[in-house]
Design a protein around this ligand. Structure first.
Ligand SMILES: [Cu+2]
Length: 510
């Protein structure tokens, strides 16, 4: 700092310059105020260190006396940017233009705040400044947040530490959810601070191109490209994805890329990393990757930030159902569902997965209220329910709709599309038979009896519905607990919003 006309000037220094032009262009950076400073010449995707103080320029005459830096992008039409610092009514900022002195002049992108050390990032579209070295620490960082993050990485599980050791099954999900929730807590605090500047903490959209200049940078950027082309290449399950990210690219970003590129002294050690602005850009990027992974895993579905795949979720894919049937007659129905949840659907045990009737729930209009699974269905797999339905004996229009459930635990997932089926050729609503065929009627009664027995088989809950681990796990995910006596099913009113409320909300990032 030094004084000028009674005003104490904040000194801002460019320590490093990156050429991030997307086409092979050379940039030159020159201080016109201190012509003794070396002129930087930087080719595409290279960086150069320097020590250039940004000149104070408060008037056209200052400007005429060379109180500025120029950044020239070398093409035939490439712009020259003039860079200087002035305090005007909009504040004390680093400013730039392509046409010479302006008052007040545009703020330079991202971090125009004065005082401290900066990286200057140059693209053909403009200039940006990022904190460099000691300038990265977030002021007044709450010790509660710092300690929480430090404990997760360093303490034993019973003292705030992670529950699952790094690299073990489950650790990837724990890593993702802990850091995502930590970011939310941080944002809540940070956004209330007078110095809050969302440019400093906003997540990277992708790894910044200047990371090419770090050790192993091109390889890591190729990894990211591979991920963007095929997100599941970073893990075929959410947990595997989390493990890959934590041990691989996340470690590299912390310990190599950010320290090497931005001279950040905090990020390489988890002890103090959470005090760095770059921590939030980095973990925000990881959250974006996570959402990208989830979208690839569940095409057509949107997940929220910080949300892991629910245990129970189903997606209705397709169905083959006639729209007109003869009263009392049987007909084939085919329904395809996809398991979108983490839990495998199984047909046995005390809480079997089944297709259940809806509209109204548990109805037996079509002769059955439950359809058993033909086979176990792991997550992401499809299952076809092929079964025989029996039409009511009274003419009219009836709904047919289905949904997945785990008996005594929860209904879940999207329902099948409601189909209104016309029943014809049977009794009229007044109870009069259109045709009088006693044999048929007898057959139908037999049929009804058979179907009812079959129903009972499905509808009656298992004898000893114990609340085992799996059941409790599902309960944690928002499912109702079954009645202790196991005598009743969950009714429509009680039906918890498993996987629906959260999954169907629009994605903030979209
Ligand atoms: Cu961490």
């Amino acid at each position: 700092m030094h004084s000028m006309g009674g005003y104490t000037l904040a000194t801002t220094t460019i320590k490093r310059v990156f050429n991030n032009c997307s086409t092979p262009m050379t940039i030159t950076v020159r201080s016109h105020e201190r012509s003794s400073d070396p002129v930087l010449t930087i080719t595409q995707y290279e960086r150069a260190d320097c020590n250039m103080t940004i000149p104070w320029c408060d008037s056209q005459s200052d400007f005429n006396n060379n109180h500025f830096i120029t950044v020239t992008v070398t093409t035939l039409t490439g712009p020259t940017y003039f860079v200087w610092q002035t305090k005007k009514s909009d504040g004390d900022h680093i400013r730039c233009s392509t046409t010479g002195y302006q008052s007040p002049g545009a703020h330079i992108a991202y971090y125009s705040n004065v005082e401290g050390d900066r990286c200057l990032i140059v693209t053909e579209n403009g200039l940006a400044l990022m904190p460099f070295g000691d300038a990265v620490e977030i002021p007044n960082f709450p010790s509660s947040l710092h300690d929480q993050h430090m404990a997760w990485h360093h303490n034993p599980p019973n003292d705030g530490g992670r529950q699952i050791p790094q690299g073990q099954p489950g650790s990837g999900l724990e890593f993702l959810t802990f850091h995502c929730n930590f970011l939310w807590q941080f944002e809540t605090w940070y956004n209330q601070q007078s110095f809050a500047n969302s440019n400093l903490t906003a997540p990277w959209i992708q790894m910044p191109p200047e990371f090419r200049t770090a050790e192993d940078g091109p390889g890591r950027m190729n990894d990211e490209q591979r991920f963007l082309n095929n997100p599941l290449s970073w893990g075929s399950t959410e947990d595997a994805f989390g493990i890959w990210v934590e041990n691989g690219i996340h470690s590299w970003l912390h310990t190599i890329a950010v320290p090497q590129v931005y001279g950040d002294p905090l990020m390489h050690d988890f002890m103090d990393a959470s005090k760095s602005y770059y921590f939030y850009k980095l973990h925000g990027l990881i959250n974006r990757w996570w959402i990208t992974w989830q979208k690839a895993f569940f095409p057509g579905r949107m997940n929220q930030r910080c949300q892991t795949i629910p245990q129970l979720d189903a997606f209705f894919v397709s169905q083959t159902i006639p729209t007109t049937v003869t009263a009392g007659q049987t007909f084939p129905v085919s329904i395809r569902m996809q398991n979108y949840g983490a839990a495998t659907w199984t047909s046995g045990g005390s809480n079997p997965f089944r297709l259940g009737s809806q509209n109204p729930q548990d109805n037996t209009i079509w002769g059955l209220g439950r359809v058993a699974l033909p086979t176990s269905v792991p997550h992401r797999s499809f299952v076809d329910f092929n079964f025989t339905a029996t039409a009511p004996r009274t003419n009219g229009n009836y709904h047919m709709q289905w949904q997945m459930l785990q008996e005594l635990v929860s209904w879940f997932g999207t329902k099948t599309t409601d189909v209104v089926i016309s029943v014809v050729g049977g009794k009229t609503k007044e109870g009069k038979d259109v045709k009088d065929d006693k044999d048929d009627d007898k057959l139908m009664k037999e049929n009804d009896k058979l179907m009812k027995e079959k129903d009972d088989d499905f509808l009656l809950p298992p004898d000893q519905p114990d609340l085992d681990e799996k059941n409790l796990q599902a309960t944690e995910n928002g499912a109702e607990q079954s009645d202790a006596d196991g005598k009743t099913f969950i009714t429509a009113d009680e039906r918890p919003p498993v996987g629906q409320q959260a999954l169907h909300q629009p994605d903030e990032d979209a």
